[in-house]
Design a protein around this ligand. Sequence first.
Ligand code: VG1
Ligand code: CO
Length: 548
Amino acid sequence: MIIQTIDTTPFSGQKPGTSGLRKKVTEFAQPHYLANFVACIFAAVKPAEGFAGKTLVLGGDGRYFNPEALQIILKMAAAQGFARVLLAQNGILSTPAASHLIRLNQAFGGLVLSASHNEGGPNGDFGIKFNCANGGPAPEKITDAIYALTTSITSYQIMDAPDVDPSQLGRQFVGEMVVEVIDSVVDYVALMEQLFDFEALRGLFASGFTMKFDAMSAVTGPYAHAIFENALGAPLGTVLNGKPLPDFGGHHPDPNIVHAKALYDLMMSEHAPDFGAASDGDGDRNLIIGKGMFVAPSDSLALLAANATCAPAYAKGLAGVARSMPTSMAVDRVAEKLGVPCFETPTGWKFFGNLLDAGQITFCGEESAGASSDHIREKDGLWAVLLWLSILAVRRQSVRDIVLAHWAIYGQNYYTRHDYEAVDTQAANQVMQHIESQFSALVGQQFGSLTVSAADNFSYHDSIDGSVSHNQGLRIAFECGSRIVYRLSGTGTSGATIRIYIERFESTQNQARHNLETQAALADLIALARQFSNIQALTGRAEPSAIT
Ligand code: VG1
Ligand code: CO
């Protein structure tokens, strides 16, 4: 087999975002585009001794262009001298399962082909991310190095070899590199069995408990069938849209009340099962809905932390928790009560890695429907569902009653996120500059019953490796514990997306003001958020394009 050196030129804009590189399929499918980026990843992470003897994990969410990308990457890995690739059968590998496989097999790292919750298909999005030996997303130091290389690359190497058949379990070869095609569901289910009491969960379903899990025609389908229907005895039909499709059936595999509307409507209807859940394209997000009760992701994180001891793996309690900065402060109150530290990190799972590796936190999560624990180094949609089921199996109460009881103890953090998608990039930057320019004038000012207590541009100081990440979002805090946060998305593929996060705390004393309609409860802060940003005048948008 011959290693070919292919001449190439840099593509502008190959800059990894919040979670790897995400672009339109039409961009990724251009000649050399994917290969350039993969070559830069390999160059950025190559150890002095090279890749000889090392294992790479490979798979993706099954979206369009996955099959072509797998073959290119296998031949490039062979040219780099990797000893072995663990390839998920048919390329189907969820992000959490990839993280687990890397750790379980002491692999050098892994590549996951996914654009997560973004739409798929020939006109949709594609993406790729590199995870390190700890199973977690590459930290900024590495993604910065990858980006620098993309601006100067002139050639890459690839093995001239026949394609691998990703459907055939067992060993194949690309040159001298072993490609081991494995069923990634088996190891993942085994991990879940270690964390949760499957016997108790079988008992829950045997007692007549009903649930619907919407896999959104994305990667979790095979895992969900294996766990809920096979291992836990839930009836067939519990898992909806369980077959991964390259275009996700034409939908966005985004588990929120907009894109998982069918599930949401079912849960709000009189035919609702006891529990509803969904996950995203690559299986790392979770949506939780009880009968007539949507659980906001930030509340879910707080609830999971407060009830962690319901699962055997966490019976001894939590070392600490962490949340991304824009995530509501509901979990902070739980940490305070538990007497454990609560860390605030920038958006994106890569910032949790050091805290997890150092054993300083057990749980972490984000407002964007991500939660997980120290069992892997990624967020994990099915893990969150299984922990919820564990809580329901122990407490034998409805989701609604559990949430209401939580607010009665801790108070309620009303929370919403308003997204302005596909905004002109220059206009989006102007919005951010405009907000920041008012910071010093805002502090101390009173708006109705709200007084601004602080305003800053969030910088994160990583206490473990000493690194500092600047410019991680603009925050305006009020004396009563309310907050407005602004940041630009790092996962969009057209123009810029401005995210406005709005939060208000209602103490336990004010139970009459609990469980109001969210947007109404936040109306005064929403109006202020628009006023401070001058968003309508600067972007021409009167309303956000998505509210979650
Ligand atoms: C979004 C979310 C962030 C999440 C990221 C990746 O990033 O806000 O919380 O970690 O997506 O999630 P951004 O930069 O667009 O706000 V996933 O499920 O796409 O891997
Ligand atoms: Co995802």
